[in-house]
Design a protein around this ligand. Structure first.
Ligand SMILES: [Zn+2]
Length: 477
């Protein structure tokens, strides 16, 4: 019997992995086993340990991966899947391939660094501690990627086909329309991946995101994210508040530290910052973009400027590449990063990882968190169990490199930067559907967020909504 199984992002926001299995072992009917997304578990240890478990069906028997977008919690387990024996194609959009070619090797590099750190301190119960995958292994799996354009129907077998439609979440992000059954009588499933912001009104001031997900869907089964199922973002213009925060920090002699995902989020932030500096709303202090992938990330961002909304395109046109801006410095090498630590005058540091789970941001925070003049500015989602969430939640101290670091710096989160639709926006998008799905499964949410969204959808739209459970199988017969 064909089935759908949730291998990740069920009961949590990370580790997105959904298996579609159309094989029928009883009748020996051929079929396919396809993974929609192949993400890394991040955050609490309970979840991260699952990165070390094999897939319930052997990786070598999985025929293909269809990838919605390039965030690690959707693509970061691919090198491990390949290491476990997967040899099939990985279908995704060309911008997502470009982004993965930067993000996955960086992830491998961080895995190796972490293993080295544990081996040095002997702080792992495994001897030696091993990386989940290496930089080289991540680079090696890039040859399996195969581009599929938005709107193009890709047939995998007579009984299975799919198509990407715009999700409006990040560059290259798509939702997967999956067609199961023979052409003409196929059943349609929709996997949303992450859903971008849905404009509540035609003019959304200060929006730094793409123009929303495509509407008018009609799947029989909907598998939908629920990250912000219990929250509403502020819908006002982020710029005045951002200008105020930076100006206040610089005036008291402090620096602004921005943990940000290196690809896209960092570039959008830089363009807003540039705009505020050019218009005199923010003092011209040096800006350091400290990430080994920073330069490549800017190049990808500039290459696909057409994909952004009008406002972002206007800024790209006006200011050109951030690589050429006065006062903006990119630190590709470790030595450059160390020099930033020696800065004693106010500056702005944008560094990854965005949830402070690793990377160079750790060094910057280690040094600057204890000083009350400094400002930590979050512009992205912080998953529970990550250091970012600890800092954001108002904790007095956080552990970095096995040291307890006092948090005396100011901490602010600007939710307007979110690339996820909030509850109100999700409901607005669902209302565009041509008919109610027979079944809806909520994934990619903390339990509280998923259950609040479940209540909202069932009371307002009267749909049949379930919260997906880890390893749960849904028969597709
Ligand atoms: Zn995402």
């Amino acid at each position: 019997m064909a089935y759908l199984q949730f291998l990740g992002a069920a009961g949590t926001v990370t580790g997105s992995k959904h298996l579609i299995n159309t094989r029928d072992d009883a009748s020996h009917k051929p079929g396919l086993q396809v993974l929609i997304d192949c993400g890394l578990f991040q955050g609490a240890k309970e979840w991260r340990l699952r990165n070390w478990e094999d897939t319930p069906v052997p990786a070598r028997d999985i025929d293909a991966v269809v990838l919605t977008h390039a965030h690690l919690d959707h693509c970061g387990w691919i090198p491990r899947l390949v290491k476990e024996g997967f040899k099939g194609p990985i279908y995704t959009t060309q911008p997502t391939i470009d982004l993965c070619s930067v993000i996955l090797p960086d992830s491998g590099h961080l895995q190796e660094e972490e293993a080295r750190f544990h081996n040095k301190r002997q702080s792992s119960k495994h001897h030696p501690a091993l990386p989940l995958y290496t930089l080289q292994e991540a680079e090696d799996c890039m040859h399996l990627f195969s581009p599929v354009a938005f709107g193009e129907t890709k047939r995998l077998s007579p009984e299975l086909a799919f198509r990407f439609v715009h999700a409006g979440h990040i560059l290259g992000s798509g939702m997967v329309e999956l067609f199961v059954g023979n052409e003409g009588q196929a059943r349609k499933f929709l996997f949303t991946g992450d859903i971008g912001r849905v404009p509540l009104q035609p003019t959304a001031p200060g929006r730094v995101v793409h123009a929303g997900p495509e509407g008018n869907e009609d799947p029989e089964i909907l598998v939908m994210e629920s990250t912000y199922g219990n929250r509403v973002h502020p819908h006002d213009d982020v710029r005045p508040r951002l200008a105020q925060i930076i100006t206040d920090t610089v005036q008291r002699g402090g620096s602004v530290i921005v943990p940000a995902f290196a690809v896209e989020r960092t570039q959008k932030f830089l363009f807003l910052l540039k705009e505020l500096m050019e218009s005199g709303q923010v003092p011209r202090v040096p800006v350091f973009v400290d990430s080994p992938m920073a330069i490549k990330a800017v190049e990808i961002f500039m290459k696909y400027a057409d994909e952004f909304n009008e406002e972002a395109r206007r800024l790209v046109q006006k200011f050109g590449s951030p690589l050429n801006w006065d006062g903006f410095h990119f630190a590709p090498k470790q030595e450059d990063s160390k020099k930033i630590n020696e800065m004693r005058y106010p500056c702005i540091i944008v560094s990854s990882s965005g949830m402070v789970t690793g990377g160079r941001i750790l060094h910057h925070l280690l040094l600057r968190l204890p000083d009350p003049r400094n400002q930590v500015l979050f512009i992205g989602f912080q998953a529970p169990g990550t250091r970012g969430e600890t800092i954001k939640s108002g904790a007095r101290a956080v552990r970095i490199f096995s040291e307890s670091v006092l948090i005396r710096a100011q901490v602010t989160a600007l939710e307007q930067f979110s690339d996820h639709a909030d509850t109100e926006e999700l409901l607005l998008w669902l209302r565009t559907f041509k008919k109610s799905p027979r079944k809806t499964f909520l994934v990619h949410g903390e339990p509280e967020a998923s259950s609040r969204l479940q209540q909202a959808i069932s009371s307002q739209l009267k749909w049949n909504v379930n919260i997906a459970h880890w390893l749960e199988k849904v028969p597709l017969g």
